[in-house]
Design a protein. Structure first.
Length: 90
């Protein structure tokens, strides 16, 4: 793994943590409640954090760490598991 790939992974890890934190705030305070520090709704903050996460995933693809095909296959497997084990698709 080269230095750029390591940096991308480090930032990706930080973005994952920020998404987790925003999900917690949405659940605790409400998704449409205004975030005190950001001055905008938690939904917007969550959207922004998820956009940052998607940007880092795109960089992982661009740098050949993962492939679109591999991600799509893994995503489909997750959908299949959710259909079987969750209530999302009921």
């Amino acid at each position: 793994m080269n230095n750029k790939e390591k940096e991308i992974m480090d930032i990706l890890q930080e973005e994952c943590a920020e998404v987790i934190q925003m999900i917690s705030k949405c659940r605790r305070f409400g998704i449409d409640t205004v975030h005190l520090k950001a001055g905008q709704a938690n939904r917007k903050c969550l959207t922004d954090e998820m956009g940052d996460l998607l940007a880092m995933i795109d960089l992982m693809i661009e740098h050949g760490v993962v492939t679109v095909e591999g991600l799509n296959a893994a995503k489909q497997e997750k959908f299949n598991k959710l259909k079987k084990w969750s209530k999302i698709y009921e």
